[in-house]
Every structure is written in structure tokens, then in C-alpha cells.
Design a protein around this ligand. Structure first.
Ligand SMILES: *[C@@H]1O[C@H](CO)[C@@H](O)[C@H](O)[C@H]1NC(C)=O
Ligand SMILES: *[C@@H]1O[C@H](CO)[C@@H](O)[C@H](O)[C@H]1NC(C)=O
Ligand SMILES: *[C@@H]1O[C@H](CO)[C@@H](O)[C@H](O)[C@H]1NC(C)=O
Ligand SMILES: *[C@@H]1O[C@H](CO)[C@@H](O)[C@H](O)[C@H]1NC(C)=O
Ligand SMILES: *[C@@H]1O[C@H](CO)[C@@H](O)[C@H](O)[C@H]1NC(C)=O
Ligand SMILES: *[C@@H]1O[C@H](CO)[C@@H](O)[C@H](O)[C@H]1NC(C)=O
Length: 628
């Protein structure tokens, strides 16, 4: 027993006073707890009173204790009485506390509250004769944690997992006291349910005495969770309240098997024809998307070569028509999940024309040609000849054939619902018959100046091709200048020199018959042949002629006058008439002016004497001019 002198004396006094004064009693009132944020200053009041107010003790001794952290023993941190106020040396609170007192009580102020201040504080009041009493207050310290951090599982989570799988974790750091974590799915709290929802909590006491909490959510995902979002919420106490802070939301990748498959034609759009490249695409509702096996309904055990979800058929033929199926690889073989579609490949076969290639018809005959092309779709047939439409439908009626009927008939078969499909065929129609002269006239009458060449043309049509022969009576001088023929028409031109009247025959003949075209040419004597002349040049000629006439008249006049003067010609009215009558004896004067001639042009001019009563007095000038 070794009490220090300072501690022994008050205890001794206390025991003595307690024994002789038991009437007045002291009571202490304290809050059960005081709540304060970390770092703030806390005030712990301690009220005391005496039962016998008239007999208040003059000496009151106040001591503050705190419960030790390690063991439950108490440690004094303050002593005060009427004469002294002592903060105990070498405690956790030395230098951090103040005690203020008045008549009603005392108040402990703790500055810069620490987490270790979370303990019980005792206030002991000793009123000597009034006795001793004490109360306690639990100081509660609060430190809000940091915001929660959520982290989802980045890999896909399969709905086929038998037990709950880790979906996300949530961490809250440095809170005091220990915060709680709650999980939410689409804003609704998730309650731990065996087999469906497990929450694993890991609480860490940091060296700084803070709490960090990590919560892991294990959850049995369903397909709908692909669209769900998850979040966590931290709840923690603050002085006088509970606060919550929510994390951000995350979503998860849910893997689920394919339950439905769709198969469709991706390209080409519209109807499919032979030769096209067809792409069939298969899509299922599974995640991740499953690869597929393609097959045809008639041979289900044969897998078609495809690239995961697309089947390419190139080029397609009508044999590729049929029902196609695709099945996901990720589902077990028991479930019949498949996509199915019908593929129809349309076609148009080459046109078959009857009669084939070419056909000979007799003139006047009828013929029905047909054109057929096998197709999976409705077709439309149109007949053309020389680019002009001559018929519609797959039969063509040719009636009463003429040479006009001959030629190539093309039938074009189209598919209105699939314009890319078209084909054509043709037939060559030959019309067999007797020669037939081209042109209206069977008989031709001509007049031509003697000595000139005349062209006689003869054109005949027929199959087989006629030959043309000429027989020309009246001229030895003729030759063929044109002789040409195509398949159906022969054309011959002969150039005949007109020497006298000519009768010519063009004889077009073949095995089928003979046609004759006759020409009769009347030869016109050269002189009377009129031909047009140029008025401009003609007028020059006329002037020359008139001048010459006047000159001749003057000579004639002077001769007559001379004879009259000599008395050889009687004068007077009657005599004058006689003179003109006499003059009818040959007095014709012919002047012929010849220029360099090659092309013969004859101009006949009549210059009559001014006296009309002498019609025989005429001057004939024949001019052969060059160039016209
Ligand atoms: C409690 O701890 C203190 C200091 O560590 C020590 O002095 C005291 O004896 C202990 N009390 C008990 C009952 O162990
Ligand atoms: C506390 O320590 C100081 C100096 O270290 C000293 O002056 C004082 O007397 C001590 N008080 C008590 C109650 O021991
Ligand atoms: C944390 O959870 C416990 C146990 O359910 C509960 O007693 C306590 O009040 C909760 N704390 C907060 C801050 O919600
Ligand atoms: C879920 O994930 C998708 C795709 O990754 C994203 O677009 C969407 O915003 C996410 N939603 C939430 C609530 O996180
Ligand atoms: C007759 O025909 C030939 C050949 O076509 C031609 O050269 C000639 O000029 C023609 N003659 C006449 C008078 O038309
Ligand atoms: C036309 O020619 C054919 C054969 O060359 C002959 O048989 C026929 O008598 C001739 N006809 C006439 C009208 O000249």
C-alpha cells in the first residue's frame, strides 16, 4: 500500500465526512450519449443537485473518468474542487479537455474528437457530507464513409448456372461506425434469399480505426436481367440521423440460350431468278448469338456450308428451290428450335418457236406459228417483224401470205413480275410463188427521140428467185446496165438506143411461172424533138436571128425596089399582092449555125415575115449549142 500523499488526503477526508453527514444527498444527471462528428469538439454536461437544498455542502469535489480502451478499468482525466482544477498528466486527454463548472453542474469539453474517444465518460461528484454520486455518458463519434464504388462482372453470366453467380461488388471505405450496404435491382432492394440472392460482406477495420465494407452480390440471373440495372447503397449513422448514398448503376451481360430462330432471305430483294446469288440469314434470340447449321428439309442430315449465320447460294438454279432450315448450335438437340423458309427460284427457259428456223409458205397460204418458253411465272409474248409489233400472245396467225409476209418474225417472251427474265426466238418465213413484177404498170409506153438511149427497168419478186430475160425488137443496140438480185427480188435495167420504134419484153420467170412486162417506145424524129432551153441564152439567139431577118428583109426590099424601078414588077395594090404570091416560090433561107457539138440540142425557131399573108416565107435556123 503506497498511496501518494496527494491522493491519500482527499480519500481520507471523504471517508470521514461520509460517516458524520448522511442526511444531505447528491444526485448526478447525465445524457446517456452525446453524438459528435469526428474532429468536432464534444460537450458532455454533468448536472448535479443536493436533496437538502438548505444544507448544500461548501466543498464539492468533481472528477472525470474515462473507461480504458483495452480493459474495463477506469482512468481519471480531471480533478477539480473549490481551490484547484487539475487535468491529469499523461492521459489521452491531457491538453485536449476543458471543464467548466457553475452552480448547477459541470461540463467536459473535448476538442478535436477522435475515433478513440468513442467511450464512456464518468462524472463523479463528491459533496462530503452529502455523499458521492456519479453518472456516465457514452460519447459517440461519427465519420461518414466515402461514396460507394460498384463494379459489375464484365464477363457474361449464364442463366443456366445452377447457383447464384457473382454479379457485382460494392465497396465503401472509411466510415465510422460500420456502414451497411444494401443491393438494388431496378431500384428495388434485393433481399437475401437462399438459392437466389446471396450477399457476402467483408468488413475491414482499418489501422486508422475506420471501417471499410465490401459487399459481393451473388445472384441467379434470368434472361430479363439483360435489361436490368444493379446498384448498391450505403447507409450510415450521423449525429441524430441515418444517411444513405447510392452508387452508380451497372448492367450485366446475360448469356441465355436460343429459344427462337428466324430465317429470311437477305438478298436479292424481291423474286429470285436462276443465276442470282442468294443470301439467307439466320438470327436467333440467344446471347451471345449462336452459330447456326443450315440444311434443306429434304435432306436434314446434310449440313450446308455456311458462315455462322449466313448461307450463300450462288448461282441458284430451280433445283435450289425448297424449304431451308437453320438450327442454333448452342441449344441441346432435344429442343426443336429452328428457323424455316421457302426459297423459290424462278426460271424462264429458252423460247421454242414452231415452225423452227425457217418455213416456206406458198403465196396465199395460212400459217400459225407458236412461241413457247417454259417459266415458273406468268409470261407475256409479243411478236415483232422489222422492229414493229405484229402480234401478241404465243401464237401468230399469218393469213393469205403475200411476198410482204416474208421475213424474220421474232417472238419476245418476258416475265412481267420479274423483268430480268426474258428470252426470244425467231422463225424465218419464206413465201414461195410465181414471179411478180414490182411496180404497177405491166405495159409501158414511151416516146423517145431517135438516136437517144433509153433505160428500161424491170424488177420482179418471187421465190424461188426468178430470172429476167429480155427480148427487144426494133433495136440491135442494147445492153444490160444494171443486174442485181437479193434473195427475193431481181432487178434488171437495159439501156436501149432508139433507132426506130421499139417493142421490148421483160420476161421474169421461175419454176413457179412467168410474168412479162412490155415496153413500147415510139421513136420521134430528131428535128421535131423539142427540148427545153434556157430562156437567157435563147433570147440572145433570138436577137441575132431578128437582126439577120431585118438584114435580109432590107436586101429583099432593095432588090424588089430595084426591079420595080426597072418596071419588071407592076406596082399598085393588086400588084403588091401578086408579088407576095409569087414569092411563095422557094424562097426559104436556111441558116445553120454550128458550134462544137457533143450533146445534141436542137432549137427550132420560126421567124415569119412581117406579112402574115405569106406563110411560106419562113426562116429556119437550127442551132446546135454546146452545154445545154
Ligand atoms: C488496465 O490497464 C492499465 C494500464 O494498461 C493497468 O494499469 C491496470 O492495472 C489494468 N487493470 C486491470 C484490472 O487489468
Ligand atoms: C504535471 O506535469 C507538470 C509538468 O510536467 C507539472 O508541473 C505538474 O505539477 C504535474 N501535475 C500533476 C498533478 O502531477
Ligand atoms: C446496419 O445493419 C444492422 C443489422 O441489420 C442494423 O442493426 C443497423 O441499424 C444498420 N445500420 C444502419 C446505418 O442502417
Ligand atoms: C447497359 O449496357 C448498355 C450497353 O453496354 C448501355 O448502353 C446502357 O447504357 C447500360 N445501362 C445501364 C443502366 O448501365
Ligand atoms: C441508164 O442507167 C445507167 C445506169 O444506171 C445510167 O448510168 C444512165 O445514165 C442511164 N441513162 C439514162 C438515159 O437515164
Ligand atoms: C419467158 O421465158 C421462158 C423461159 O425463158 C419461156 O419459156 C417463155 O416462153 C417466155 N415467155 C415469153 C412471154 O416470152
Amino acid at each position: 500500500m503506497a498511496f501518494t500523499h496527494g491522493a491519500f488526503l482527499p480519500l481520507f477526508l471523504h471517508l470521514c465526512l461520509l460517516s458524520w453527514s448522511a442526511r444531505a444527498k447528491v444526485t448526478v444527471t447525465m445524457d446517456e450519449s452525446v453524438e459528435v462528428y469526428l474532429g468536432d469538439s464534444a460537450q458532455i454536461p454533468c448536472q448535479y443537485s443536493f436533496t437538502d437544498a438548505n444544507n448544500e455542502p461548501s466543498f464539492v469535489m468533481i472528477q472525470w473518468f474515462v473507461r480504458r480502451a483495452r480493459n474495463s478499468s477506469r482512468m481519471r482525466i480531471f480533478y477539480g474542487d473549490g481551490s484547484q482544477q487539475i487535468v491529469d498528466n499523461n492521459t489521452d486527454y491531457t491538453g485536449r479537455i476543458q471543464v467548466t463548472s457553475d452552480q448547477q453542474g459541470t461540463r467536459l469539453t473535448i476538442q478535436k474528437v477522435q475515433l478513440s474517444d468513442e467511450r464512456e465518460f464518468f462524472c463523479q461528484v463528491n459533496g462530503l457530507a452529502a455523499g458521492t454520486a456519479e453518472g456516465k455518458t457514452h460519447l459517440r463519434v461519427f465519420a461518414p464513409p466515402q461514396a460507394p464504388v460498384i463494379e459489375g462482372v464484365s464477363t457474361g453470366i449464364s442463366v443456366t448456372n445452377e447457383i447464384p453467380s457473382k454479379v457485382a461488388s460494392c465497396e465503401v471505405q472509411n466510415g465510422f461506425p460500420k456502414p451497411n450496404i444494401t443491393w438494388y435491382r431496378n431500384g428495388m432492394p434485393l433481399i437475401s434469399t437462399p438459392g437466389y440472392v446471396n450477399v457476402l460482406i467483408l468488413v475491414t477495420r482499418e489501422p486508422s480505426a475506420f471501417f471499410s465494407v465490401q459487399s459481393t452480390l451473388e445472384y441467379k440471373v434470368i434472361k430479363e436481367d439483360k435489361d436490368a440495372y444493379f446498384s448498391c447503397e450505403v447507409s450510415f449513422y450521423v449525429p441524430g440521423a441515418v444517411r444513405t448514398v447510392e452508387s452508380s448503376a451497372i448492367n450485366i451481360t446475360v448469356h441465355y440460350p436460343t429459344t427462337m430462330v428466324e430465317l429470311w432471305k437477305e438478298s436479292p430483294q424481291g423474286l429470285v431468278k436462276e443465276g442470282d446469288t442468294v443470301e439467307l440469314r439466320c438470327q436467333g434470340d440467344g446471347n451471345p448469338p449462336s452459330p447456326f447449321i443450315f440444311s434443306r428439309e429434304q435432306e436434314l442430315d446434310v449440313d450446308l456450308e455456311s458462315s455462322s449465320d449466313v448461307l450463300v447460294l450462288s448461282p441458284v438454279s430451280r433445283k435450289d428451290s425448297g424449304i431451308y432450315q437453320c438450327r442454333p448450335l448452342d441449344t441441346d438437340t432435344h429442343t426443336d428450335v429452328k428457323g424455316e423458309m421457302q426459297l423459290t427460284v424462278h426460271y424462264l427457259d429458252p423460247a421454242v418457236v414452231v415452225p423452227k428456223d425457217s418455213e416456206v409458205m406458198l403465196k396465199g397460204e395460212d400459217l400459225t406459228a407458236t412461241c413457247n418458253a417454259l417459266s415458273s411465272l406468268k409470261t407475256s409474248t409479243v411478236w415483232y417483224k422489222n422492229g414493229k409489233q405484229v402480234g401478241k400472245g404465243n401464237t401468230l396467225h399469218l393469213q393469205d401470205a403475200t411476198y410482204e409476209t416474208k421475213g424474220e418474225y421474232i417472238c419476245e417472251v418476258t416475265v412481267p413480275s420479274l423483268p430480268a427474265l426474258h428470252t426470244s426466238g425467231s422463225v424465218h418465213i419464206i413465201v414461195q410463188g410465181a414471179p411478180q413484177l414490182v411496180g404497177a404498170d405491166q405495159e409501158v409506153h414511151l416516146e423517145e427521140a431517135t438516136g437517144r438511149m433509153v433505160n428500161l427497168s424491170c424488177e420482179a419478186e418471187g421465190y424461188p428467185l426468178p430470172t429476167i430475160s429480155w427480148s427487144i425488137i426494133g433495136s440491135q443496140d442494147w445492153h444490160e446496165v444494171v443486174s442485181k438480185a437479193n434473195e427475193h427480188i431481181i432487178h434488171s435495167v437495159v439501156s436501149v438506143k432508139v433507132t426506130s420504134d421499139i417493142s421490148a419484153q421483160c420476161n421474169a420467170s421461175s419454176d413457179m411461172g412467168t410474168e412479162v412486162k412490155t415496153f413500147s417506145i415510139k421513136a420521134i424524129p430528131r428535128v421535131t424533138t423539142t427540148a427545153p432551153f434556157s430562156p437567157a441564152e435563147g433570147s440572145g439567139v433570138i436577137i441575132v436571128v431578128i437582126i439577120l431577118c431585118l438584114l435580109l428583109l432590107a436586101i429583099l426590099g432593095s432588090v424588089l425596089y430595084f426591079l420595080h424601078k426597072k418596071g419588071k414588077i407592076p406596082c399598085g395594090r393588086s400588084g403588091k399582092q401578086e408579088i407576095t404570091k409569087e414569092k411563095t416560090t422557094k424562097d426559104d433561107i436556111v441558116v445553120e449555125m454550128k458550134t462544137n457539138t457533143k450533146n445534141e440540142e436542137a432549137v427550132l425557131l420560126k421567124a415569119v415575115n412581117g406579112d402574115k399573108k405569106g406563110p411560106n416565107d419562113q426562116v429556119t435556123i437550127v442551132l446546135d449549142q454546146q452545154g445545154e
